[in-house]
Design a binder for this molecule. Structure first.
Ligand code: 3PG
Length: 304
């Protein structure tokens, strides 16, 4: 019998687990669940006899992949797959997939929610500011970026985007004004929302040189990955520029931002994709992709 493991340190909503179970069991497969585990050792033990697995930001390291002797397919229920050792998957002939777009709206709503929260001084009662009429730069205009653009237009923001993988016409059709370099994006926009993946090229690329170009009362919004930020450079800039604000859904590596009271906020746990809707969308897509791969060899969404 095919065994499918859901391994989620940060669990899906119960309704999503129920939906995944229905898809998996309708196929005659068995579903096993490992939630809120506290060590990689637990994950390594759980993968030993599974054919397929669904993860979120869980770390599918070389050790995990090598311990999963029967593994054929691993699906990251979400967009970013920087948590999977793709080389280890390829070496073991394991297909790795993601579920692009499935949690994009949830992340976009959180990004705008964070902007409002900062603009209204964390709802402390003091007079704040509005998003309407402000320039928003969307850094990478993929699934999440385009949803951010859509919601931001609803607030009356002017939406600009930089995306080296899209033409100007594609960006315009998706509702934003195209800009042609990251430097131009950051120099133009008071608000910048990050939607780039964490790759060798992007890690620490959001650095002081880029950020210091932002106009007065700059707000950097990060619902992407902490690794893309040069945290030291950003903290230095915030020391000098008292008008610069940083809001993030991914807690920084150190507590160096704690002192920027009123100008810094991090959610307690990454929660952009943590909605019932996003869990259902991404979780069920992952289950279907597993069934389609095992039954029909369908490798759509393969990333390795
Ligand atoms: C993603 O890459 O899809 C998001 O960062 C969501 O991650 P999560 O599933 O760990 O919440």
């Amino acid at each position: 019998m095919i065994k499918v493991l859901i391994a989620t340190d940060k669990p899906f909503a119960p309704v999503a687990v129920k939906g995944i179970r229905e898809i998996v069991e309708a196929q005659g497969y068995e579903l096993v669940l490992l939630e809120k585990y506290t060590s990689q050792a637990e994950l390594i033990a759980a993968v030993s006899d599974v054919d397929a697995m669904i993860i979120r930001s869980d770390k599918a390291t070389k050790e995990v992949i090598e311990a999963a002797k029967k593994l054929k397919v691993i699906v990251r229920a979400g967009a970013g797959y920087d948590n999977i050792d793709l080389a280890a998957c390829t070496a073991r002939d394991v297909v790795a997939m993601n579920t692009p777009g499935q949690n994009a709206n949830a992340v976009a709503e959180l990004a705008l929610g964070l902007m409002v929260y900062m603009a209204r001084n964390f709802y402390n009662g003091k007079s704040g500011s509005e998003l309407k009429g402000k320039k928003l730069g969307v850094h990478a205009y993929g699934n999440v970026g385009q949803n951010v653009g859509r919601v931001a237009r609803g607030f009356g923001m002017e939406v600009y985007a930089f995306d080296p993988y899209m033409t100007d016409d594609q960006i315009r059709l998706a509702g934003a004004t195209p800009l042609h370099s990251v430097e131009e994006l950051y120099a133009t926009c008071q608000y910048v929302s990050l939607h780039i993946p964490a790759t060798a090229e992007t890690k620490r690329s959001i650095n002081r040189d880029l950020l210091q170009r932002m106009p007065p009362d700059a707000v950097l919004v990060n619902t992407a990955r902490k690794e893309v930020i040069d945290e030291e450079g950003l903290a230095q800039l915030m020391e000098e520029r008292l008008d610069f604000k940083y809001i993030t859904d991914i807690a920084p590596d150190s507590d160096r931002f704690a002192k920027f009271e009123g100008r810094f906020y991090a959610t307690p746990k990454k929660m952009g994709a943590q909605t019932e809707e996003a869990n259902v969308n991404a979780g069920l897509a992952a289950a279907r992709q597993i069934v389609n791969f095992i039954e029909k060899g369908d490798k759509r969404f393969k990333v390795n």
